[in-house]
Write a protein that binds this ligand. Structure first.
Ligand SMILES: Cc1ncc(COP(=O)(O)O)c(C=O)c1O
Length: 381
């Protein structure tokens, strides 16, 4: 059976050209960037080149970055890094939205549990957009707000430029989780003035296990991994040079081909949304109809369990995901969908379909041909 991958928001395949660029750093240019000799300096300059290339792509003049093991570590570093320094200027209050990825949500909650910060929750509308007035009312000068740029479950894109302006007017800092956004949106820190931004390479066809936190140079960021003083003392541990080079290569490719890829993705996404809503009674779109990631279609179906739908589709050869957290034996509805006001029983019937640059029209066609019957069978079974 030919398998069709429609789960690009979970992860994406690497482009062989990116792998090619990484290979020499495993075998020939294998030095430790901290070593003073030739091999070390060769590796060190590759890390520096990657750092400068990524900052240039993001048009950041006032920022630096720390290489991390991915989006999760970047989010952890952002929230912990400004709340744990032992000085008067440390931040004691965090505002988060109810649609944050667990890497932000659980980190903030852990910091609250151990008494480091107080958390306040922001409100979102039925599409998952942050309510700007609510944000304004909850801000003080000593706050860090953390707002996801584009949500992974519902694809909604927040107006991060506007949110940054509101935060800065009150003297607060803004961190944004751009792990999903970086694959598709034009991140221009000259225009969208965020203080900290997390990315992870495997969402834009880069390698797994690498990401970075971009941060404004004036921020006092406390290292959360202490060791040999790498990354100017902000993250200990020998750099994973091949992965860092791979992230740079993948991001450069994503930026270069962005317009044509996004056009391809938007066409497929719009076809998926239009046909599912038309052909499957009791289906609704989750997330914003317009401000959504170009590759992202997400739904809830009445009378269907998302987990069962994912399994049935997998058996038919289609890899997708459900918005609900699929814990074996204990499926629970997604907190993100509940925050949008979707009733619990409906939130259990979530499906996320995300396409990528390699997705072909006939793959989408065959998915759309089998889905109505599979939903019907589950409803009747
Ligand atoms: C919005 C968002 N933030 C953070 C992460 C975690 O990133 P990583 O898998 O690189 O740790 C993900 C991954 O699914 C994500 O979608």
């Amino acid at each position: 059976m030919d398998r069709v991958y429609l789960d690009y928001a979970a992860t994406s395949p690497m482009d062989p050209r990116t792998v090619e660029r990484m290979l020499p750093f495993f075998t020939q240019q294998f030095g430790n960037p901290s070593s003073l000799h030739y091999f070390g300096q060769q590796a060190d300059s590759a890390v520096d080149l990657a750092r400068n290339a990524i900052l240039r792509l993001f048009k950041s003049l006032d920022h630096d970055l720390v290489f991390t093991s991915g989006g999760t570590e970047s989010d952890n570093l952002a929230l912990k890094g400004v709340t744990t320094p032992i000085n008067q200027s440390r931040i004691k209050r965090i505002l988060i939205s109810p649609i944050e990825h667990p890497a932000v949500d659980k980190t903030a909650k852990r910091l609250e549990q151990d008494g480091t910060v107080q958390i306040d929750l922001l409100r979102v509308d039925n599409y998952g957009l942050i309510l700007h007035n609510d944000l304004q009312n909850k801000l003080t000068g000593t706050t860090l707000a953390s707002v996801v740029w584009a949500n992974n479950e519902i694809g909604t894109i927040n107006d991060i430029g506007k949110i940054a302006q509101i935060c800065h007017k009150s003297g607060a800092l803004l961190h944004t989780d751009a792990v999903q956004a970086a694959a598709h949106l034009n991140i221009n820190l000259n225009e969208t003035d965020v203080d900290m931004l997390s990315i992870g390479a495997h969402k834009f066809s880069g390698p797994k296990g690498v990401g970075c936190l971009v941060f404004r140079k004036t921020i006092n960021l406390d290292s959360q991994i202490v060791g040999g003083g790498q990354e100017s003392g902000k993250r200990g541990g020998t750099h994973n040079v091949p992965l860092i080079v791979g992230m740079q290569a993948a991001l450069e490719m994503a930026y270069k081909d962005r317009e044509s890829i996004n056009l391809h993705l938007t066409n497929l996404r719009d076809q998926i949304i239009a046909e599912i809503l038309k052909n499957i009674p009791g289906s609704s779109l989750t997330g914003h109809p317009v401000y959504r990631l170009p590759n992202h279609a997400s739904f809830v179906f009445e009378g269907v369990k998302g987990q069962e739908l994912v399994i049935a589709l997998d058996m038919a050869g289609f890899s997708v995901s459900s918005g609900s957290a699929c814990k074996v034996g204990n499926p629970s509805p997604s907190q993100v969908l509940l925050a949008l006001g979707i009733p619990e029983n409906l939130a259990m019937g979530a499906l996320r379909v995300t396409v990528g640059r390699n997705t072909k029209e006939d793959e989408v066609r065959s998915f759309l041909d089998v889905l109505p019957n599979i939903v019907n069978n589950l409803r009747n079974g």
